[in-house]
Structures are given as structure tokens and as C-alpha cells.
Design a protein around this ligand. Structure first.
Ligand code: MOS
Length: 764
């Protein structure tokens, strides 16, 4: 299937596009290890409690840090009384802007190539307060409890200034077109407003999505020590190299002087970046001469770690009587701060999903005094899909057309905004397969047609989509030894999603070795590569880097093989790995084992490092993961309570590398979407910008009983232009899910909720 689709895609490509390089041979490999549901290699150590997380490194002489958070949104620290705290038992140091060492502002994630900080504000360098919850003092003590107690004794007096703590105030203060990764979030094709006005049918609605906090199970934590001139950091991060670079910049030292390791991460989702506690731990460790551990409390995460931001989105669709889109408008605002770079690019979905002759897509940003918002699983695409896919459902209802038929009718033949061909797009097949498995034909076209006891039952669907990314910085090292062991190392991350397992599988296939003879090292800034576990790109980056390193390995082995080898005279591009050796690509019989090549050359091992080439593929092709989400929702006629009782995702995400870990990623994304649809919301006190529900008792996320069986399925069609045919699976599950749930709730009870979360008060 892979070959046929590849040929089709190449044939479809207009002459002006080159293909973005030759396909990875593994794209069409029939090795059964690709896709095998291998259990996590790190599972046993985690179950046994042997996996050490950032706050579990007990260093000699270590002290513990606790933070004091500001209680005003904007102003100056007028007075800071630390006498009681300094006199409290066990206290080693109280640090604030009054006595902190000089530190440079931290380089910002997505603004500077290796930036890793959630915000770009200097830390403890002046008396300014920028948000309610900003750390204003740090206490170091011999125990965590002593530090927490002493922190409670710090008294701060503020000169309070008027902060911007409401949408209205933010709007009044100024609004501008947002930029995402260096480009404006804006597309204008034709006159979309005029086309809308003259369309036979139209919907034109506002949708709202709230702030959300990151609530990974593992609290943000860091343990640091200065070993001479080297800063040693045990972190929980999705960017070891970004963290090292950021800390090096802040302290004015070389990047090599910061070593960050992060072997296990208890959930990332975009929030495990560099925050103030990292910088303060390192500064306080220097000042006190002691190793320092800071683990934020759950409240601390809500105060000092940013999450998803508020959006207000307009979606307007004009269509002819058959439902063909004449105009697509998706515009709106996202709230940001003055010192971050994450505007929730909620137009990404509209850019690629539907053919429409006129489009107006735009994200504007306005600023508030709040903790810097950062990526949170499918930033933009998740909340954008809620608005867009709700509006498509509203149009289908108005036209009396099945929502899947309406989507099929507007399926584009090429990227609607870029004009590029799709690398591989099988959204309609995903719908077909999903609809059949879900029993979509049972859906009533009109709401309130099905009631079981107190429960109104409805079905809904929505499209999931997430871009393919492969950022620069991929590099890998392979050490192959004569005993047939290969060690592959890349500075990437295992946040529980199965990176180490899936990559070990792929490396084994690439190297022609059994999995047991391959080890995969990661989570260390000293390893090759600078790769973020973000943008659902890690799998592709590692695959491309290992492919490059494997090519270097083949070249090296051919040099060593010499004239007596059956491989003599072959060029690197003429060979491939199989059965613990190299063979001619189209003549498997011309083969020699790694062991024999190394033995003849008198070598114990070969050691190669190579960089992944830049991602040509996403310049030449429109590359995205797709899916169709189906939901059965129930609404209680007495209480208004909404419940999701069935959820199914049918995905077109390229080739699946590990059926077990990929299913978990897709399912987990959908569950996060369920939480966003029905529960999650950070409440901000508009008088003072304070997060009101800074705990998991008041910030609701789905518990087990809230989550039904979540079915996931995939087409497993390789993307001919992605390394090993794979696109991302980490974020797409959350996209589409909120709208599928909102659409099912509407189909159940006839109430259209356009403001998340869909709580019972909105359904009464
Ligand atoms: Mo993600 S929001 O790219 O961790």
C-alpha cells in the first residue's frame, strides 16, 4: 500500500514542486517490528519505583527551596520583611530582588532557536510585579517543611498599579495581529465578507474557550548543584538542550557548562519548560554553596507555570444550497502577555481543512497581566477545532445535510491556503472507517429524538487535524560494537509516551538487529541533537537523525570492509542493513555481518554521529495528521448534567510505529479533549488577576468514572514524505474532540453551547 500511495502522490505533484528528497526505504518496510505493540521498556522500572524523577535526586548537603508568590497583578515591591523567615528554624537563605545575583533575562521558547523559557522577564532583578502569582522571594532551608514554613513568614508590601486583568481592559489596551514562529497568523483569499453576505446559506457565530492550567501528574521540579564551573541540573523537561542553553545564557556561561538530564518526565504537554524555579534554584545554589531542590506545590504550578490561554473566535461560513463553501472566516483574539510567544494559532485547522474560494483567517493578540501562557497540547489547533468544527455542524444542521457528507463535499484537492499538494491525506477514509465502527447511521438528524430514562442521547462528530513538524536540530550517534550491540543516542525525551520503546524498535529495524541488541539513550543535554519534545515532532526528528547516522555508519563500514568483503565496491547508497550485517540493497545475498567486517578491520566498534537534513518535506508538501472523532453524549433532563458515554477516534496519521504506545497517545489526547469540553477552566478574579482555583480540588479534570471506553483506530497508510512514513500522534487526539462532544450534546438536547466548558448550568 505504501508504494502505491507514494507513486500516486508523486504523480499528483505539479512540476514546480520537487518531492523533498527520496523517500525513506523504511516507509515501505514489511518488518513486523514496525507497528508491533511492544510494551514500554521503561515500564518495569516505573512500576518498581526505580525510575528517578527530578525531585528524587538526593544530593549531599542539599537544601530545599520554597517560593513566595505575589498577591497583586501589577506594581512594585515597596517593602519586603524577611526577618522572621531568616530567623526560622533550618533557614539557610532568603533571596529576593534585594540580594539576588545578576542574571540575564531567559531566552524565550519559540523566539530564540534554543530558547526554553516560558517567559522572557528578568528574574529577581528589580522590584516590578507583572502578574499575580509571580515569585517575589525564595527561601532555602534544610527541609522542605522548614522552607514552606519560613516562606509563609515573608511579608510583602506592594505599591499596587492598575493591572490589565479582564478581556475588556486588554482589548482597550491594544490589539494586534499575532505572530507564530515568525509569521503572521493571517490569510486573506478573495473577499470573504462579501462572499459571506451573498451566500445562500450562512452561519456566523462566536465561540469562547477559557484559560487552562497545566496539571501534569508530576509537579514541576528541579534539583541542581554547581560542580566547580559546571551547573548540574536534574530536570523534568521536554527540552534538555533548550534548558541548558537557557540557563547558560542567564548565568553568562558556556552551554557546555550546563548539563541537564531528564530521564523521566511525569507528563509534559507543553508545560515542562524553563520557569523561574530553575533560575532561582541555580542562583540560590551558587549563593549558598549547597545543592538545591525546588519542587513546586500544585498551587505553585498554577501561579508560576503558564498554560492555555483564553480565546474568542468568530467562525462564519457561507455556502451554496448544496453546502459548498463560498466563504470561510475564522478570526478572533487570544490573550497573551507582553513577554511570551504563544498566541494560540487557532486558524491552523481552517488553513487546511476546507476548500473555499474566499477566506479570511486571522488571530489577533492582546495582553493581560498574567503568568505567560505557553503551549498546551495542540495549542491553537485544539481550541480552533472546537470553533470551526462546531460551526460546520451548525451549517450541516441548517442545510439538513449529514455533517460527514458536508465535510466530504468540501474536501480540497490541494492545500487551500498554500496551494501545495498534500503529502498524504485520507481524512474521508478515516471518516468512512470511523462512521462504520461507531454506528453513525443510528444518528438522528434532529436533536431530542432519543431518550433513555432521564437521559437524552445524541451523536456528534468532528475533524481532527494537526500539522507535521520536523524542526531543525536533529542529530544522532550510533556506536556499533563487534559483539553485535548498537547504542543509539539522541538528546530527546521520554515523557511517558513511549519514545524510548518506539525508537528502539525503529532503530532495530534500521540496523537489522533484534531489539534486544539495541539500546536507546536520551534525556541528556550532552547527547547529540537539540530536539524539543513538542509539536508532535519528536518521533520524526529522531527517525530522520537516525537515518542520517545509519547512512554514515554504512559508509564507515564499507570503508572498513575492504576488497575481500562480498560488499567490496559498493557505495553507501547501494547497501542496507539486514540480519546483523549489511547487504546490497537489491541483492540480499551479497551480505556480510557487522562482526566479520569489524573483525577483519581489527576494530572493536564503529562510532558515528550525523545530523538530520533540514525538513524539505514540509516546504514542498502540505503535511498534516488527520482524524475523525465520534462521540455519544447524554444530557440529563432533570439536572442538565452532560456525560460522554462513547468516544471513538479514527485517524490518518501515517505509519504507526508502536500500536500500543500510539494508541495511548491518541486516546490520552481524546481524554484531554473530554476534560476541555466538559470540565477544565482556570478561573481568574478579574479584580486582581488571581487564579481562584489553584488546586486539583477546584480545577476539574476527568476522573476514571468520567471517561468511557475510548476506541482508537487508524488507517496505517504511510506518508511517503515523512521519515519511516510516520506523522505525529501526540497532539491530534485533543483536536476535534471538544467539537465532537459539543455536537453530540447538541444532537442530544438541542442546546448549542459555544463557550467551553459545557457545564450543566449552560444546558439547563
Ligand atoms: Mo506540546 S503543546 O508541543 O508539548
Amino acid at each position: 500500500a505504501g508504494q502505491a500511495i507514494m507513486q500516486k502522490a508523486v504523480a499528483l505533484a505539479p512540476d514546480r514542486y520537487v518531492t523533498g528528497g527520496k523517500p525513506d526505504p523504511l516507509t515501505s518496510s514489511d518488518d513486523p517490528l514496525i507497528g508491533a505493540p511492544v510494551s514500554r521498556l521503561d515500564g518495569p522500572v516505573k512500576v518498581k519505583g526505580e525510575a528517578k524523577y527530578a525531585a528524587e535526586f538526593a544530593l549531599d548537603g542539599m537544601v530545599h527551596g520554597a517560593l513566595v508568590y505575589s498577591t497583586v497583578a501589577k506594581g512594585r515591591i515597596a517593602a519586603l520583611d524577611v526577618a522572621k523567615a531568616e530567623a526560622a528554624p533550618g533557614v539557610v537563605l532568603v533571596m529576593s530582588h534585594l540580594n539576588a545575583p545578576k542574571m540575564q533575562p531567559p531566552p524565550l521558547l519559540m523566539r530564540e532557536p534554543l530558547g526554553g523559557s516560558g517567559d522572557a522577564l528578568p528574574v529577581f532583578q528589580d522590584d516590578r510585579v507583572h502578574w499575580n502569582g509571580q515569585p517575589v522571594a525564595l527561601v532555602l532551608a534544610e527541609s522542605r517543611e522548614q522552607a514552606d514554613h519560613a516562606a509563609s513568614l515573608v511579608r510583602v508590601r506592594y505599591d499596587v498599579e492598575d493591572g490589565v486583568t479582564s478581556m475588556e481592559a486588554a482589548r482597550a489596551a491594544g490589539i494586534q495581529v499575532a505572530e507564530f514562529m515568525g509569521a503572521p497568523l493571517q490569510n486573506v483569499i478573495g473577499d470573504a465578507e462579501a462572499a459571506l453576505a451573498s451566500a445562500a446559506q450562512r452561519v456566523d457565530q462566536l465561540y469562547r474557550t477559557p484559560r487552562q492550567n497545566h496539571h501534569a501528574i508530576e509537579l514541576h521540579a528541579v534539583t541542581v548543584a554547581w560542580e566547580g564551573d559546571v551547573l548540574r541540573v536534574h530536570d523534568s523537561t521536554q527540552g534538555v538542550v533548550n534548558a541548558a542553553f537557557t540557563l547558560a545564557q542567564v548565568f553568562g556561561i558556556a552551554q557546555e557548562q550546563v548539563r541537564v538530564t531528564s530521564p523521566f518526565v511525569g507528563g509534559g504537554f507543553g508545560g515542562k519548560l524553563v520557569w523561574r524555579h530553575h533560575l532561582l534554584a541555580a542562583a540560590a545554589s551558587k549563593a549558598s554553596g549547597r545543592p538545591v531542590r525546588i519542587m513546586l506545590s500544585r498551587e505553585g504550578v498554577c501561579r508560576a507555570v503558564g498554560g492555555r490561554t483564553t480565546t474568542e473566535q468568530r467562525v462564519a461560513i457561507g455556502a451554496d444550497r448544496d453546502g459548498r463553501f463560498m466563504s470561510l472566516i475564522h478570526t478572533g483574539v487570544a490573550v497573551m502577555t507582553e513577554y511570551n510567544a504563544m498566541p494560540e494559532p487557532f486558524i491552523h485547522n481552517a488553513r487546511v481543512l476546507y476548500a473555499a474560494p474566499a477566506m479570511k483567517l486571522e488571530v489577533q493578540a492582546m495582553n493581560m497581566n498574567m503568568v505567560a501562557n505557553v503551549p498546551m497540547r495542540a495549542p491553537g489547533e485544539s481550541v480552533g477545532s472546537f470553533a470551526l468544527e462546531s460551526a460546520v455542524d451548525e451549517l450541516a444542521e441548517q442545510l439538513g445535510i449529514d455533517p460527514i457528507v458536508l465535510r466530504r463535499r468540501n474536501e480540497p484537492v490541494q492545500d487551500p491556503t498554500e496551494g501545495t499538494p498534500f503529502s498524504s491525506r485520507h481524512l474521508i477514509e478515516a471518516y468512512r472507517a470511523g462512521a462504520q465502527a461507531f454506528g453513525w447511521q443510528e444518528r438522528h438528524a434532529k436533536p431530542r429524538m432519543r431518550q433513555e430514562g432521564e437521559w437524552l442521547v445524541g451523536l456528534g462528530c468532528a475533524t481532527a487535524v494537526f500539522p507535521y513538524y520536523r524542526m531543525e536540530g536533529g542529530a544522532a550517534r550510533i556506536v556499533l560494537s563487534r559483539d553485535g550491540q548498537a547504542r543509539v543516542s539522541v538528546g530527546v525525551h521520554e515523557m511517558g509516551m513511549g519514545t524510548a520503546t518506539a525508537q528502539t524498535q525503529l532503530c532495530a529495524v534500521r540496523l537489522g538487529l533484534p531489539m534486544e541488541q539495541v539500546s536507546f539513550d536520551y534525556g541528556d543535554s550532552a547527547l547529540p541533537g537539540a530536539v524539543l519534545a513538542g509539536g508532535s515532532q519528536q518521533t520524526a526528528v529522531v527517525a530522520a537523525a537516525v537515518k542520517a547516522a545509519h547512512a554514515a555508519l554504512c559508509a564507515e563500514l564499507l570503508k572498513l570492509a575492504g576488497r575481500e568483503s562480498p560488499l567490496a565496491g559498493l557505495k553507501p547508497e547501494q547497501v542496507r542493513s539486514r540480519d546483523g550485517g549489511l547487504c546490497k540493497a537489491d541483492d540480499a545475498g551479497r551480505w556480510e555481518s557487522y562482526a566479520d567486517i569489524l573483525a577483519r578491520a581489527g576494530r572493536d566498534e564503529v562510532d558515528v554521529t550525523a545530523k538530520a537534513p533540514p525538513s524539505q518535506e514540509s516546504e514542498h508538501w502540505s503535511m498534516h495528521s488527520y482524524g475523525a472523532i465520534f462521540c455519544e453524549a447524554r444530557v440529563n433532563v432533570v439536572t442538565g448534567e452532560p456525560r460522554v458515554t462513547r468516544l471513538l477516534g479514527s485517524f490518518d496519521v501515517g505509519r504507526i510505529l508502536n500500536a500500543k504506545t500510539a494508541a495511548s497517545q491518541l486516546r490520552g489526547g481524546m481524554i484531554m479533549g473530554l476534560g476541555a469540553a466538559l470540565m477544565e477552566e482556570t478561573h481568574l478574579d478579574e479584580r486582581n488577576g488571581r487564579v481562584v482555583n489553584a488546586s486539583l480540588s477546584e480545577y476539574h479534570v476527568p476522573a476514571h468514572l468520567d471517561v468511557p471506553e475510548v476506541e482508537v483506530m487508524w488507517l496505517d497508510i504511510p506518508d511517503p514524505h515523512a521519515p519511516a512514513g510516520m506523522r505525529g500522534v501526540g497532539e491530534i487526539g485533543i483536536t476535534g474532540t471538544m467539537a465532537a462532544i459539543a455536537n453530540a450534546v447538541y444532537n442530544a438536547c438541542g442546546k448549542r453551547v459555544r463557550e467551553l466548558p459545557i457545564t450543566l448550568d449552560k444546558l439547563m
